[in-house]
Design a protein around this ligand. Structure first.
Ligand code: VAH
Length: 318
């Protein structure tokens, strides 16, 4: 059985769907600390579990004979800068609880890291797997902690810890609290308003990945035999783009779409400290990582997805 924490989040919901299609609905438990929709409840097991409650976590693991944990709960970059104590609790204490549990029951543990685990002192183009990591967000600091803790438990206790440093994930579902969310917001605004006021400057370039590629990477990496992976933490890369480039591509579908700019200094400073391109040579060599969505295919797919999103529930466009 696989337990997904952050099961109601941007990655959690879609990750649940993918893993259930692979292993069967009953084998995948979504958990979060929010009330699930009826659709979520009908799709398969859901448990209200707080990663800050070790006993509650342990009960779900024991009662359901969990053997893998996909730990997606996190306070993202921008939200973390507005509530450092929350980000510290969720991303650091939460990670500690999860890894202690995984080690106690010898579970396979996947935890995503991020381009945000690098900072202004790291090489930006490309950013290698191993380099200086001095992130300037509590989110980034907490993800470096997660990487280091995971590698430590692997070397000390042979815990099967696996981690992928993810680019900004583009998906129809709005995550909330990220710095890369502009890319998602732009599609929704292009469809519903025809204009978008971007909080980053036109040429701010960061690595991005379409959610289908991101979840396929996690799914494939989860089953790679542990002795064929050379490292516990890998960069994966798919594409890099900036707001101006994205707006131009969207105008191929919405010719009247207009973008304006009103920089948010907090999120601009975060984005400027992040890589522009991740070097993912080793992931490609060691376990066959290979993205299928390039920039144009991602935009095409997102335009179609956002259309469905509003066609299904027109009131969402209010
Ligand atoms: C954020 N979307 O913006 C997340 C992600 C790489 C960025 O970690 O914080």
């Amino acid at each position: 059985t696989i337990l997904i924490t952050g099961g109601l989040g941007q990655l959690g919901v879609e990750c649940g769907k993918l893993l259930r299609s692979q292993y069967g609905a009953k084998k995948i438990i979504l958990s979060d600390i929010r009330e699930p929709s009826n659709a979520i409840l009908q799709a398969g097991p859901y448990h209200f579990v707080d990663i800050l409650d070790p006993k509650g976590l342990e009960k779900v693991v024991v009662d359901n004979k969990v053997d893998w944990i996909v730990h997606l709960s996190a306070t993202l970059s921008a939200k973390g800068e507005l509530d450092i104590p929350l980000a510290t609790k969720v991303n650091i204490q939460g990670m500690h609880n999860i890894i202690e549990l995984a080690n106690h029951y010898k579970l396979r543990l996947f935890v995503p890291s991020t381009i945000g685990a690098f900072g202004p002192d790291s090489p930006r183009n490309p950013t290698p797997n191993i380099t200086v990591q001095r992130p300037r967000t509590i989110y980034g600091v907490s993800k470096v902690y997660a990487e280091l803790l995971g590698e430590y438990y692997h070397h000390k206790f042979n815990l099967d810890f696996r981690c992928l440093r993810l680019p900004g994930v583009v998906s129809c579902d709005l995550p909330g609290g990220g710095t890369t969310d502009y890319a998602i917001d732009m599609f929704h605004s292009a469809m519903t308003k025809g204009t978008y006021e971007c909080y980053l400057t036109p040429k701010t370039t960061v690595p991005m990945i379409y959610i289908t590629d991101c979840l396929r990477a996690i799914n494939e990496f989860l089953v790679v035999p542990t002795d064929t992976i050379q490292r516990r933490v890998y960069n994966i890369h798919a594409m890099s783009f900036h707001p101006e480039g994205l707006a131009k591509e969207i105008q191929n579908y919405y010719p009247a779409f207009e973008i304006t700019y009103k920089t948010d200094p907090i999120r601009q400073e975060i984005a400027d400290s992040w890589p522009e391109v991740l070097d993912d040579t080793e992931a490609r060599k060691d376990w066959g990582w290979n993205p299928k969505y390039d920039f144009k295919k991602m935009v095409q797919t997102m335009v179609d997805q956002v259309k469905v999103f509003y066609d299904e529930e027109p009131q969402r466009a209010k």
